[in-house]
Ligand binder design. Structure first.
Ligand code: 4AD
Ligand code: MG
Length: 478
């Protein structure tokens, strides 16, 4: 038997008249003669030509939509329009049958909502094939970007005893018997008896441990799963999502912004250069979706244009205070169109405000800096004004916040004072504070939500469609 070749490789090559073996799943079987075979290497199917007269009838019957088959034969020029080459079958073997009548993937348009219910099979569609190959490409590009810059990939723990963001949105990790947990004198659950001898949870961010790495290697990044038990059932939130968190010693806020912008542009360019076929497919898909919408709601740009636009324009950089002024004087605010009116300095921005800034006012990505300390985490570097911190959020059209980061407070006394104000346990975080005792230095970092990036690049609109098996409130299927 000849060597198995991936379909992508066959379709990319101009050679003909050579023997191959291909293995994949039948997408369609037409006229008892033409199999559209897909092996996941590309959305493009290989046309496999079978001759009924030459095929064992018992095998022939089993060539059905969804079945896994192995075919050996000659790659020859195709007579039909639509493909340059096709595979002329010499031998065909059924590897796995599929009853096309009950196979949930049907040869018609099926909704994304329905696809979520059959997420275990949805990879076998063109849309999800393209989305998840792009997700892979973006992950690879993330590692390539940081590796080429000499960053160390640091694996921060998934089980931790600290709440990095101090927001209390953690999933408890425990092996105690929920029916009969040990209690202490106060009648509370005694976590001293628990597996780790203390209360633990799934990490919400690898940042605090990342900072420890940065204070030795200079530049590190993490790229791993993070967990948030926030009850936000939106198209932008997951309970389990992947985050990329670079952390750099000797960086100030401006260096941090420059790196974040360069990084995002690099990974987008990587997909435009290397994954054009899948992007073009999704651009087409999006264009068809847009046609269903009323004229006024249609996006002025197609997917590829939108990606190129981000590459070719500098992100706007403004302070929170400037943003509040713009929002206060904006039409929707004056006409009371915002659900949350903007009237005073200090309030947190809602997604409607973020979207107004990027989609209406600036019409491009925006980096907002220097937020009020009261609405940001304890570790951010305090500005001299006593009110704001060296925070930065990057807002993207159609996405909202894609990056959150800051310069870190490197001064031991200021950091401890802030932790005390916020009642963050100073003793428990002694290891974090030690970096400020032993050779502290200015440093900064950010976190990019990987699924939000995948959303932007693929033009999908629900975050559940860009992670293989989404975890959201009341849903942990598969
Ligand atoms: O803004 P966040 O909470 O920042 C941090 O966790 C910092 N420790 C990062 C750092 O400075 N190293 O989260 C960072 C990003 C957000 O901008 C967003 O893109 C994403 O993570 N994110 C989520 N993505 C999906 N679902 C959720 N529930 C998310 N929460 C945050
Ligand atoms: Mg944030």
């Amino acid at each position: 038997m000849s060597q198995r070749v991936k379909i992508k490789q066959i379709l990319l090559s101009d050679s003909v008249n050579y023997e191959v073996t291909v293995k994949g799943w039948v997408r369609t079987f037409r006229n008892n003669q033409f199999i559209a075979l897909n092996d996941g290497s590309t959305n493009n199917n290989l046309q496999v030509v079978v001759n009924e007269a030459d095929t064992d009838p018992a095998v022939f019957r089993r060539i059905t939509r969804g079945a896994a088959i192995s075919v050996t034969g000659q790659i020859v020029p195709s007579l039909g329009a639509g493909q340059k080459v096709e595979l002329k079958t010499a031998t065909l073997e059924i590897l796995g049958d599929c009853d096309a009548e009950v196979f949930p993937i049907q040869p018609k348009k099926q909704s994304l909502e329905f696809m979520r219910e059959i997420a275990h099979l949805r990879f076998r569609t063109n849309t999800f094939g393209a989305v998840f190959r792009l997700r892979h490409a973006l992950a690879f590009a993330v590692h390539k970007f940081f590796n080429d810059k000499g960053f160390v990939y640091l694996h921060t723990p998934i089980i931790t005893a600290s709440d990095a963001e101090g927001a209390g949105e953690m999933f408890r990790v425990s092996t105690l018997d929920p029916k009969n947990p040990p209690l202490n004198e106060n009648g509370d659950i005694d976590y001293k008896e628990d597996f780790f001898g203390r209360a633990t949870n799934l990490t919400v961010s690898g940042q605090l441990e990342g900072e420890l790495g940065a204070m030795a290697f200079g530049d590190i990044y993490t790229f791993g799963p993070t967990f948030r038990a926030e009850n936000s059932n939106t198209a932008r939130h997951l309970a389990e999502f992947w985050m990329i968190e670079p952390e750099m010693a000797f960086y100030e806020l401006k260096d941090n912004m420059d790196l974040a912008e360069e990084f995002i542009k690099y990974v987008i360019r990587y997909t435009l250069d290397n994954n054009r076929e899948d992007l073009d497919f999704l651009a087409q898909r999006l264009a068809e979706e847009e046609k269903q919408k009323p004229q006024a709601e249609r996006s002025p740009m197609g997917l590829i244009e939108k990606l190129e636009f981000v590459l070719n324009n500098e992100f706007t950089r403004i302070t929170y205070t400037e943003a509040i002024e713009i929002l206060k004087n904006s039409k929707p605010n004056k006409n009371k169109k915002f659900q949350f009116p903007v009237d005073e300095w200090g309030t947190d921005l809602q997604s409607e405000h973020e979207r107004y800034l990027v989609e209406k006012h600036f019409q491009k990505p925006v980096i907002l800096t220097d937020y009020p300390a009261a609405i940001k985490s304890f570790y951010m570097k305090q500005n001299d004004d006593g009110k704001t911190v060296r925070a930065m959020d990057i807002l993207f059209p159609g996405i909202g916040e894609i990056v959150g980061g800051s310069q870190r407070e490197e001064n031991y006394d200021k950091l401890v004072r802030r932790m005390n104000e916020l009642k963050i346990p100073v003793e428990e975080l002694y290891w974090y504070l030690d970096t400020r005792r032993f050779g502290t230095a200015p440093h900064a970092g950010f976190g990019l939500g990987f699924e939000r990036l995948v959303l932007f690049v693929t033009g999908m609109t629900n975050i559940r469609d860009v992670i293989p098996f989404p975890r959201t409130p009341k849903n942990a299927e598969f």
